[in-house]
Design a protein around this ligand. Structure first.
Ligand SMILES: Nc1nc2c(ncn2[C@@H]2O[C@H](COP(=O)(O)OP(=O)(O)OP(=O)(O)O)[C@@H](O)[C@H]2O)c(=O)[nH]1
Length: 908
């Protein structure tokens, strides 16, 4: 009988037991139904669906099979296999309770497996997501929350957390999650906001562009509070937050995040390893002689551990499946001070199973032993190895003053999932037991209680009441679920095989029920024990779910929550950045076009300016020089005629003065050219300022450096001799004579002669006129003296004309020579070329500046387009990340580790 009525309902009655129809050998699947209700309950339906879908060892979904409604029995050991004849509806079967219990056990396993698979998948997906985030973060450094680590008090202790043990990050995170305000998704604001600098989210590039504010990609401390796992903690105590924020560059935030992601991935891997680990350890402890060893043997259906009326187990005996020792049944006794390693024989002594009796009492030599045995039961019944959870049983020494502490320490070990406390029904709890339970209850919350030796009790009801009363006091949590956690059994009533037997079979392997396991009390005891076993299995699974799956779930929830927040923040930042750069591009486009146009226009204008200025300078020089050369004779050269006898000296002086005059004119032209150049340079500067503004680099123009190149002395180039004819400009004299004759015909001879002679003009005319007047005869007489006079007068006149003739002659000669040298053109060319050269330099600089400006704008445009593309990619990526992480988080959230398996209600 299920003495404590563990399922909370009455004993199975005809009509309420479960049955299945259909042919087991055929392909029809079992039809579980609730008899009495008339139809399949919802939870029974769920259970059926689970059985259909889950193999029990990994939760693979055989969707096709489900769809086709075909039942596949394999793998055989994985399935619930009723070991008795099916019952028809309404027919009562004594074993239905056991069947129900086994079924519940199965459901628990399936449920556990489903959860494990779901979490495993979520871990894989999260790792993949984190890796992608790492890649993205390398290309587009994510905006990231940070918070200064305050000198925080130690985290509050939760009753289910054992002190002193290193807990996973998840557990602590769980507290944080529980403690903190729930407002997770918030409008993203950058770190700057907290400093009161910005009112809205600002893109990183903009922040970068504004160098002094170069805020890193951090979000507000408020938002940072919402982060748990991916939080970057800045260990820079003492620095004001603003300084920390500004001391972080975009890249360093990126690498911090990268680091944090690596940590997270590592942690996820270790969690995956943990949830994939199927081993679980159950510590069986209790008072001296309470029947712990007997209980363990009953669970194993094999008399492995020595049982004695007097306390005998003095060391911890761990019973493991033989497969963990390469299939060899033996005992490894670990001497004190050694850390056991199965592969290192120096850490233990090997014994045969039958020698166990000597070892367990030898606490002086050994601290514990490992017993590898073959499980004689089938997989679905086995405790040591059932595929979902392989349980290692640890038989502890009975509690007394000496062993209490050691056992308490042992129980606290991380790998101990469940503590089973065996108490003697006759003796109730001793002081040591109470102390142990009281302490363990605080740490592990629940305990599995086995009240052994129930067969010895006469007044069973009273015994139950008394024991439960004590449990209520010692461990209220256990008392609350006493139907599942407190069992009254008689371990010695369970048929066990002798230690030597190692094969499955007979009654020992089965549940005992319905297989000739005896009648009456004996059968009742066996049923109770079976009940206990099923509960224990469920309890182990539940505890495993707590100890192995819960950290994974908590951590996943945290990391996925962080990812969602991070994604939401970054999606908005990317959107802002995208909007900003799109706007920037819109503004940049016309500026760029303008700069392109400006460059062409300025180029043309400058070229025109140079062309015009040098052209003007050329013409000016040429005209001025030409005029100067042609008029050199007429100008006042400042040379006085010293008289006929120094005529040659006079000629030399004149020549030098003329050359000087021409040279001076050249200088004058150069001066004008210089002025023109200065004007040209300033025109170019105006253009530069117009188009480049502040970016125009002004050049200091040193006009005095112009025309400093070698200029050959004119005297060296011009080389002509003064000839005697140069003094007498006959051609000129004649010319002058002609001019005067036309105007003085009517003047009287004397007056004319006298006047003209005196005036020195038209002497020949005068002579001829005088001849006419005087008459031919008179003239004949007068001819000789006249001729002499005339010659004398002529000679006198010619000589007197030297100061007038010589300059003309010399000027003509100079002119001819200069023309031959192409002097005017050469100089005009030289000066204008210099002007061109002088203007070309600032012109080139201006062109260069304009080109640079254009290129800069082009580069800016290219950069902006790049940022635009990146932001667009980032926005899409973070949008997807947000959805993805929310999706996976939702799935993780639906993994229920607390409540009972969905099918349990149907089985209750
Ligand atoms: N009547 C009865 N006797 C039992 C039961 N379980 C164990 N015994 C007997 O109680 C005695 C002690 O059993 P053990 O299994 O050695 O007890 P233990 O708790 O392992 O002892 P230590 O570990 O040495 O403290 C043995 O003689 C068993 O046969 C039971 O359920 N009913």
């Amino acid at each position: 009988m299920a003495s404590s009525n563990p399922f909370g309902n009455g004993p199975a009655t005809p009509g309420s037991s479960r049955s299945y129809s259909g042919d087991r050998r055929g392909v029809a699947r079992p039809q579980y139904m609730t008899v009495g209700g008339g139809s399949l309950s919802e939870s029974a339906g769920r259970l059926q669906a689970m059985l259909d879908q889950d193999s029990g060892y990994g939760g693979s979904i055989a969707s096709d099979d489900v769809a086709e409604n075909v039942w596949h029995p394999g793998p055989a050991e994985d399935r619930y296999t009723p070991d008795h004849t099916p019952v028809k509806p309404g027919e009562h079967n004594a074993a239905s309770e056991h069947e129900r219990s086994a079924m519940a056990s199965h459901v628990a396993q399936l449920f556990y497996n489903q959860n494990r698979t779901a979490l495993g998948r979520a871990i894989n997906q999260t790792v993949e997501t984190l890796r992608k985030l790492q890649e993205m973060n390398a290309k587009w450094p994510a905006h990231y929350p940070t918070v200064q680590r305050p000198p925080s008090p130690p985290p509050p202790q939760r009753p289910d957390i054992r002190p002193g043990l290193p807990h996973t990050q998840s557990t602590t995170d769980n507290h944080r999650e529980l403690d903190r305000a729930p407002a997770r998704p918030q409008p993203p604001r950058r770190a700057g906001t907290s400093l009161g600098e910005h009112q809205s989210a600002e893109s990183s590039s903009a922040a970068q562009a504004k160098a002094p504010e170069a805020a890193p990609r951090l979000v507000t401390p408020q938002l940072a509070q919402d982060f748990s796992v991916l939080k970057i903690e800045l260990k820079m105590d003492g620095l004001p937050q603003s300084e920390i924020v500004h001391s972080l560059e975009k890249q360093s935030v990126a690498s911090l995040l990268d680091n944090q992601i690596n940590n997270s991935i590592r942690h996820l891997f270790s969690l995956r390893e943990r949830i994939e680990d199927t081993s679980s350890k159950v510590l069986v402890t209790g008072d001296l002689n309470a029947g712990k060893s007997t209980f363990c043997n009953a669970l194993l259906r094999r008399k492995v551990l020595p049982e004695d009326q007097q306390p005998c187990t003095a060391i911890f005996c761990e019973v493991l499946d033989v497969r963990e020792n390469g299939g060899v049944e033996e005992v490894h006794a670990i001497p004190h001070g050694f850390v056991y390693s199965r592969n290192d024989e120096s850490t233990y002594h090997v014994y045969e199973l039958k020698q166990l009796e000597q070892i367990v009492i030898d606490s002086d030599r050994y601290s514990q032993c490992k017993i590898y045995i073959k499980d004689i039961r089938t997989v679905d019944q086995s405790l040591l190895n059932n595929g979902v959870v392989d349980i290692a049983l640890i038989d502890a020494p009975g509690l007394n003053n000496d062993s209490l502490k050691t056992t308490a320490v042992f129980a606290r070990q991380e790998e101990i999932d469940v503590v089973v406390f065996v108490v003697s029904a006759a003796n109730h709890f001793t002081l040591s037991a109470k102390e142990f339970i009281f302490n363990a209850a605080r740490e592990k919350a629940y305990m599995f209680m086995v009240v052994n030796g129930y067969d010895n009790i006469r007044d069973k009801k009273r015994c139950q009441e008394m024991i439960l009363k004590q449990i209520a006091h010692l461990s209220p949590a256990t008392f609350k679920e006493s139907s599942e956690l407190v069992h009254f059994v008689s371990s010695n009533a369970i048929p066990v095989k002798p230690a030597g037997a190692d094969g499955p079979g007979g009654d020992f392997g089965g549940s005992g029920s319905g297989s000739g396991g005896g009648k009456g009390k004996e059968k009742e005891a066996i049923d109770d024990f079976n009940e206990l076993e099923a509960s224990l299995r469920r309890f182990v699974l539940e505890k495993r779910a707590r100890s192995k799956l819960a950290p994974a779930k908590t951590y996943l929830l945290n990391v996925l929550g962080d990812l969602t927040t991070l994604a939401s923040v970054n999606k908005d930042v990317a959107q802002n950045e995208l909007d900003r750069v799109t706007e920037q591009l819109k503004q940049l486009e016309p500026v760029f076009e303008k700069s392109k146009k400006a460059r062409t226009e300025a180029d043309d204008e400058v070229a025109r300016n140079i062309e015009e200025t040098s052209g003007e300078v050329y013409s000016l020089t040429r005209n001025t020089l030409n005029t100067s050369i042609s008029r050199v004779a007429e100008s006042d050269l400042g040379v006085s005629y010293p008289g006929m006898f120094s005529a040659y000296g006079y000629a030399d002086e004149l020549k030098a003065a003329m050359l000087n005059q021409v040279t001076e004119t050249v200088h004058w032209c150069e001066e004008r050219a210089r002025e023109k150049t200065v004007q040209g340079v300033s025109a170019i500067k105006s253009l530069g300022l117009l188009h480049l503004g502040d970016r125009y680099v002004d050049l200091t123009f040193r006009s005095d450096r112009m025309f400093r190149s070698r200029r050959d002395a004119l005297a060296r180039q011009v080389d002509f001799e003064t000839e005697v004819w140069d003094f007498f400009d006959l051609a000129n004299l004649w010319e002058r004579q002609e001019k005067v004759a036309g105007t003085s015909m009517a003047v009287t001879v004397a007056g004319v002669i006298g006047g003209r002679m005196l005036g020195g003009v038209g002497w020949l005319d005068g002579a001829l006129t005088a001849t006419k007047i005087v008459g031919t005869n008179n003239a004949r007489r007068l001819i000789v003296p006249g001729l002499i006079l005339a010659a004398g007068l002529g000679a006198f006149y010619v000589v007197s004309q030297i100061p007038k003739s010589l300059p003309r002659r010399l000027s003509a000669k100079l002119s001819a020579q200069l023309a031959q040298l192409d002097y005017t053109h050469a100089n005009a060319q030289r000066i204008s070329a210099e002007v061109r050269r002088a203007l070309q330099y600032p012109a080139n600089k201006l062109t260069e500046g304009l080109q640079k400006n254009m290129e800069k704008l082009q580069e800016q445009k290219r950069e902006t387009v790049k940022v635009q593309t990146e932001s667009e990619v980032a926005r899409k990526y973070f949008g997807n990340l947000m959805r993805e992480s929310q999706d996976v988080r939702g799935r993780v959230q639906r993994v229920d580790l607390e409540g009972p398996a969905p099918g349990m209600a149907a089985l209750a």
